[in-house]
Design a protein around this ligand. Sequence first.
Ligand code: IMP
Length: 215
Amino acid sequence: MRKLEGRKIVVASHNKGKLAEFADLIAPFGFEAGSAAEYGLPEPEETGTTFEENAYIKAFAAASATGLPALSDDSGLMVDALDGAPGVYTANWAELPDGTRDFAHAMQLTEGKLREKGATGGKERTGRFVSVICLAWPDGEAEYFRGEVDGHLVWPPRGERGFGYDPMFQPDGFDATFGEMSAAEKHGWKPGDATALSHRARAFQKFARSKLGCE
Ligand code: IMP
């Protein structure tokens, strides 16, 4: 398995919520981790139909443009009653006619579709957040790390923290939604911690164990 040499890496995302979470997760490892925007990189079009394909598009674009290894995340919400939708199209459901994104609108759309299916009780509203982290090198080689967290969708949304669909998602075993949790509760993980909660923290934990040699 290829080693991650050097301490410089690009975090291939333009999403402020994801970047903040990656910054927390990567902090203990002493990387110089610049974001795609800091390197002046454009946001590539996500033309894939799987999380892996889209994660690769983002990571490889950043790696080839900078000559550095790049780390991306493609993630989304998969709702059982909606046959896994919005899935890779989770961000698209937030798009307004003027091209901007509004996640209150995205959550309303998701709720409307759940009601069309008659999914009003907790057991009918199950789903999961999925994150696929891709580590790509400038020559095109790549590795993938997948994290998932099961839960159910609440209505109305609760909490002002986090980003995206966080206020609508309550992970199994917790009374709070991701929108009500602190950053540390949602995605806190550091070397030595046995478990992580969020999909992204779980994917990062696998990446760190595999590539950064920590337990
Ligand atoms: P993409 O990975 O850029 O395609 O975007 C994934 C979308 O999924 C984001 O824009 C968010 O709306 C949603 N998403 C992914 N991870 C989270 C999370 O941790 N909390 C809330 N929403 C998320």
